[in-house]
Ligand binder design. Structure first.
Ligand SMILES: Nc1ncnc2c1ncn2[C@@H]1O[C@H](COP(=O)(O)OP(=O)(O)OP(=O)(O)O)[C@@H](O)[C@H]1O
Ligand SMILES: [Mg+2]
Length: 241
């Protein structure tokens, strides 16, 4: 199963969620590959991988054969990114089947993993399109804040324009005491045609702290709210197939 974690809006917890859902799936006995498709390479840095020799950029632009894979820990592997990836949009644009480069690269290895999660950049360019085209499902993290609903409608429209639909959304940085958060979360749940995961990821300082320490939330503090929420979300993902 290949899943893109995508939202054109920045800072909604795409990268944190890719990292922690990935780690949660590993805890549940799954073998997982994470792919950093963002030229900001936050996912790569979050795991403490610095200056990787080869990255997803080299594979996409055919400078190397196949995807470079770094082992993070047992059953968890990462395809790193680097700032070079900024050049990929331009370099890919003249290639044949330019939207299908990642699909081609994943074809020979996808059966080796239970889940492949792709961390998308916050924009709709060729990198995101490559990720979406390669995916079986598109999950959208949404922060329940002002303009989130409007942004969400724009995202749905943009996906529709390229013939894709988002599959599931999950709410991030949730604060139950905030009435606006509760209202927006409810509006998303009521929105026709979109399935929302029952688990909302609560705002939890341990999430940025874990990243600052180069580890996932379970390794950092397995009892904190962030670990509880990401584990529950992971279980829902496995149950829903
Ligand atoms: N549940 C949470 N509680 C508190 N802080 C969080 C939570 N989830 C994410 N954050 C923090 O919010 C910031 C943005 O998160 P993240 O980098 O995962 O978002 P993103 O969608 O990948 O951003 P970008 O669009 O720049 O790629 C980070 O500092 C992260 O640590
Ligand atoms: Mg990110």
């Amino acid at each position: 199963m290949i899943i893109s974690i995508c939202n054109f809006k920045g800072g909604v917890a795409k990268t944190s969620s890719t990292m922690n859902i990935g780690a949660g799936l590993v805890q549940q006995g799954k073998k997982v590959l994470l792919i950093d498709m963002d030229p900001q390479f936050n996912l790569t840095t979050s795991f403490g991988v610095m200056d990787p020799e080869t990255t997803v950029y080299d594979a996409l632009t055919k400078k190397i054969d196949g995807l470079p894979i770094e082992k993070i820990k047992e059953n968890l592997e990462l395809v790193p990114s680097s700032i070079d990836l900024n050049k990929a949009e331009v370099e890919l644009s003249s290639q044949f089947k330019r939207e299908e480069r990642l699909t081609e690269l994943l074809a020979p290895i996808r059966d080796q993993y239970d889940y492949i999660l792709i961390d998308c950049p916050p924009s709709l360019g060729l990198l995101t399109i490559n990720s979406l085209v390669a995916s079986d499902e598109i999950f959208v993290p949404v922060e329940p804040e002002y303009l989130a609903l409007k942004g969400f409608a724009v995202l749905e429209q943009a996906l529709d324009n390229i013939g894709m639909t988002l599959d599931r959304i999950f709410i991030t940085k949730f604060d139950r005491r905030n009435i606006l958060h509760r209202d927006i979360a409810q509006a998303l749940i009521d929105h026709a045609g979109v399935r929302v995961f029952d688990t909302a990821i609560r705002r939890n300082i341990a999430i940025p702290e874990a990243i600052a320490n180069g580890v996932d939330i379970f390794e950092y503090d397995s009892k904190c709210n962030g670990a509880i929420d990401y584990l529950n979300l992971t279980k829902e993902i496995i149950e829903h197939g």
